[in-house]
Write a protein that binds this ligand. Structure first.
Ligand SMILES: [Zn+2]
Length: 429
């Protein structure tokens, strides 16, 4: 109605908000790292897709809330699942985050939103009835915090400036991942090798029916729903010397170890580094598969702590990576030594059980988007429709069946199917 009271309130709000933003912008200049990135690929089957988006905003219209997304989708049985995930996954993840959160709360909400977004994308794609699947390695870079969610075997590694290389993903391959093998078998899948004439078994372990080598993916409706879309999620905070991410499809990792890939491109700027990793993989193994690589450098701002002097022969590389400023004194440097290479792990969870991944909503939790909202979709539910993710069944006397998060009937069916509680492909009406 535009009453005086209302106008007055608006006016009152504007001043501190503007001050807040300008304060945030000022502190950002000090704290915000520069993100540089590059991409390279060699295609064989045309089933690798990627996403590089550096203009995302947590708060629309506020550039200081910006974050970046980098992702690789390695499709199989066609490219439909890969392109669908590339086009929809980001939106599904973001819509699962409660509105109006500050940066820290938003980052804390990300791991659960990633799980919801992956499951929703899988559900939506499967409802289209197309028989294709894809790996997803999805990386969100918000200042110094890196959050990675992945299904399948497209790896993301971190090369810190101390020279330590760490994997930020696990490979969901039946051949190598015993825990996943056990889960798939317990949920009703059969794991074995391809047998050829004469009963000779060849190749890696696969899941039957379908013959997929992966234990998690998006899509793959013909393989069985125990091949789940629930991602392994890891969140780390880099120290203020920054670091380099290498995200790549298995065309790279079948040829190069994480260590080797990192070493092969040290010192090169991101775009050249990505090309170098692909080149190195092709040199080692030839072009046997789609081979895609994204390199992301998270670089300290000029006025922050300078990187360490490089150990031995890496001198020229570091000069390339970081704009050199005046050399620090020896004492200053030795102090900084202790701070370098420390990566703080904020979150890690790889369980394939949806209930474990969605956690508990406290009834008093103000950040809950709504008591009766499906934690996956997220659609509004009538009071009678919501089924607690923790309830064994509608009729069970679970310890906390009234406690959220809740699922709609459709997502509840999906959850049961992923846990092998009903045969896959059977529609529950
Ligand atoms: Zn739902």
């Amino acid at each position: 109605m535009g009453s005086t009271v209302e106008r007055h309130r608006h006016h009152h709000d504007l001043v501190p908000l503007a001050a807040l933003i300008s304060r945030e912008m000022r502190s950002e200049k000090m704290e915000k790292p520069t993100v540089r990135y590059g991409h390279a690929a060699q295609s064989r089957k045309g089933e690798d897709y990627f996403l590089m988006k550096t203009d995302c905003q947590r708060v629309q219209g506020n550039p200081s809330s910006s974050f970046s997304v980098f992702a690789i989708f390695d499709g199989h049985n066609g490219n439909a699942a890969a392109t669908f995930s590339r086009d929809h996954l980001l939106n599904h993840v973001l819509s699962a985050i409660p509105r109006a959160l500050g940066r820290d709360e938003w980052l804390q909400a990300l791991p659960r939103a990633l799980v919801a977004g992956f499951v929703k994308t899988d559900k939506e794609f499967q409802s289209k009835g197309q028989t294709s699947g894809t790996t997803v390695t999805f990386v969100i870079v918000d200042r110094w915090t890196v959050t990675v969610a992945s299904v399948g075997d497209s790896r993301c590694i971190l090369d810190t400036q101390g020279g330590a290389v760490t994997d930020l993903t696990v490979d969901h391959r039946l051949e190598e991942n015993i825990a996943e093998r056990e889960r798939v078998t317990a949920s009703g899948g059969e794991v074995g090798r391809l047998s050829i004439v004469g009963g000779v078994e060849i190749g890696p372990l696969r899941c039957w029916p379908g013959g997929l080598c992966l234990s998690r993916s998006i899509g793959d409706m013909d393989v069985g729903e125990f091949i789940v879309p629930i991602p392994y999620v890891k969140q780390v905070k880099l120290s203020n010397v920054g670091g380099r991410l290498i995200i790549a499809s298995d065309g790279i990792w079948d040829a190069l170890s994480s260590e080797k890939a990192a070493k092969s491109c040290r010192g090169l700027p991101a775009e050249l580094a990505a090309r170098q990793v692909v080149k190195e993989a092709l040199r080692t193994r030839g072009l046997k598969d789609d081979t895609t690589c994204i390199v992301v450098d998270i670089i300290p701002p000029d006025n922050s702590v300078q990187p360490l002097p490089p150990p031995k022969k890496q001198n020229k590389f570091r000069a390339l990576l970081f704009r050199k400023k005046s050399q620090d004194s020896a004492t200053k440097l030795s102090k900084k030594l202790s701070a370098v290479g420390i990566v703080e792990q904020l979150f890690e969870e790889g369980s394939a059980m949806l209930a474990e991944r969605l956690g508990n909503d406290e009834p008093s939790d103000q950040t809950t988007p709504g008591l009766f909202m499906c934690a996956v979709c997220p659609v509004d539910l009538a009071a009678s429709e919501g089924i607690s993710v923790h309830a064994g069944s509608i009729f069970s006397t679970s310890s906390k069946p009234w406690q959220g998060p809740f699922l709609c009937a459709d997502c509840r069916n999906k959850k049961d199917a992923m846990e092998g509680k009903r045969p896959s492909g059977v529609k529950v009406v």
